[in-house]
Design a binder for this molecule. Structure first.
Ligand SMILES: [Mg+2]
Length: 237
């Protein structure tokens, strides 16, 4: 029986760009719920999980720890705004090579696909709703599973094993993401990292974090897989 592999994809900057829909929804949420304007000024959300972003923003602007009820209310408000901003975003697009790579992978019987993202699960599905990518990625780890990115990835791994009823070795789990936090979380979880240069970080910036593999974009995905199967220790494909 072939050795199973699991590919977990980050979402923003890896699969799609929403044209800032998430940031607009966050800004509107804090203004609506707490009357705080421009909540994201001097704050980077890059690679952070949604619950961590909500918590850090509340501490930063209001010196306040959110109660579970307040967190739930913020998240519901955010998801409502998010679906509107995703629907009307002028700059929403699927990133280069993504659809072709997923099509290439999905016909294989030995590779499972899923998401590994800091977005809330419902938020991730909303962000993918303008693409046709969701059916390729039926499972995953999400910001709703944990605030810690490495635990999100482990949750995705666990769900994949439950779904297929088989063990997937840690070194057969590949985390595809566009930020240093994706690389670090993959390492912490004991998985392989595949950095992609389609987000806001360049190759040189990502290289510092020593990913196992680097792809300029996912048009290089099929070549990466072929190299992987030839057991070449490719760093740049
Ligand atoms: Mg990302």
């Amino acid at each position: 029986m072939a050795n199973l592999k699991l590919f977990l994809f980050d979402l923003d900057g890896t699969l799609v760009t929403t044209g800032g829909a998430g940031l607009k929804a966050l800004t509107q949420t804090f203004e609506k719920v707490y009357g705080v304007k421009n909540v994201l000024e001097n704050f980077s959300c890059s690679g952070k999980t949604d619950p961590a972003i909500f918590r850090e923003l509340a501490i930063h602007h209001m010196h306040k720890n959110l109660s579970p009820l307040e967190m739930a209310h913020l998240q519901q408000t955010y998801l409502r705004y998010l679906s509107i901003h995703v629907r009307y975003s002028k700059d929403y697009h699927v990133l280069p090579g993504v659809e072709r790579f997923l099509e290439y992978l999905i016909v294989r019987g030995d590779i499972l696909l899923g998401l590994g993202t800091g977005n809330l699960e419902r938020g991730a599905r909303i962000k993918l709703s303008r693409s046709n990518l969701s059916p390729y990625l039926p499972i995953g780890g999400f910001g709703s599973d944990s605030e810690d990115r490495s635990l999100i990835l482990k949750a995705g791994h666990r769900k994949a094993e439950v779904r297929c009823g088989r063990k997937i070795m840690d070194d057969s789990v590949f985390i595809i993401g566009d930020t240093p936090l994706d690389i670090e979380a993959a390492r912490k979880a004991g998985f392989k990292s595949v950095a992609v240069g389609t987000g806001e970080y360049s190759y040189d910036e990502l290289k510092v974090y020593d990913p196992d593999y680097f792809l300029t974009d996912l048009t290089k995905g099929p070549a990466f897989l072929r190299e992987l199967e030839n057991i070449y220790p490719a760093v740049e494909v």
